[in-house]
Design a protein around this ligand. Sequence first.
Ligand SMILES: Nc1ncnc2c1ncn2[C@@H]1O[C@H](COP(=O)(O)OP(=O)(O)O)[C@@H](O)[C@H]1O
Ligand SMILES: [Mg+2]
Length: 256
Amino acid sequence: MDIKDSGLARIISLVNQAGGVGKTTLTSNLGFHLAERGARVLLVDMDPQASLTRQLGHNPRTVEKAVAHTLLQDEPIPVLSDWHQVDLVPSNNNSAMLESALAQTADKEVLLKQGLQTIRNQYDFILIDCPPSLGLSSIMSLVASTHVLIPIKASDKGLEGADNLGDTLRRITTKANKCLRIAGAVPMMFDKRKVIHRTSNEHIKRTFGKFVVHPPIPESTDFEKSWRARTPLAKLFPNHPAVQSLQAIAAHLETH
Ligand SMILES: Nc1ncnc2c1ncn2[C@@H]1O[C@H](COP(=O)(O)OP(=O)(O)O)[C@@H](O)[C@H]1O
Ligand SMILES: [Mg+2]
């Protein structure tokens, strides 16, 4: 059965093993736009640095339960619901211990999938913000997902890491999750005045040519401002040029 008709959430991992490419920024803002369009949205913070948890206004040091409780102790998945109609499964630095704590556990890659199973029918979209590595947390996320979305920094001329990421995705799709679909690449922090960004955008299109390359998200210090305000960009700056791209990506995710 197609996910569209199944009544189950599409589960989308935002993955790139580089840090600072805009994974967390894209997760929170896309979550907001999807919810604004009427979808029931859950965001899952899989990064021990808990940047998404902070972005949604929570202090990872004081959240009572985080995603690691579910993965390590088989507890129900903890959900916080107080950010612009978008729900959150928070992270804290317990997630940093996952790899070592689960070293002897068989089938550990499926733990997140199992954890999300009980709430998957309550949402239309579950977006998973992955850490900047292709370690266990990102693998668990990809195994749990129906789709993967790849934010790529527009200044990344050589698409550093694209090979590793490609290898990981091939490994997952040939074995652990044959149904995983690539929802496309998103050029992030794009400045059309910079030659290197234009060159790199062409490179992204060539590399990911058989998948969708979404409209670029422009480089703008307004993202920093909205991050500090713990607010979606569109709430602070409704006419911001990035909002159009975010809306277009959200619309695409609804139909693919
Ligand atoms: N389009 C953008 N233009 C300028 N700065 C951005 C943009 N997107 C994100 N940022 C900033 O870049 C930094 C890294 O973004 P983040 O989303 O945390 O990346 P990641 O999750 O991949 O590590 C943050 O300070 C964020 O506010
Ligand atoms: Mg991040």
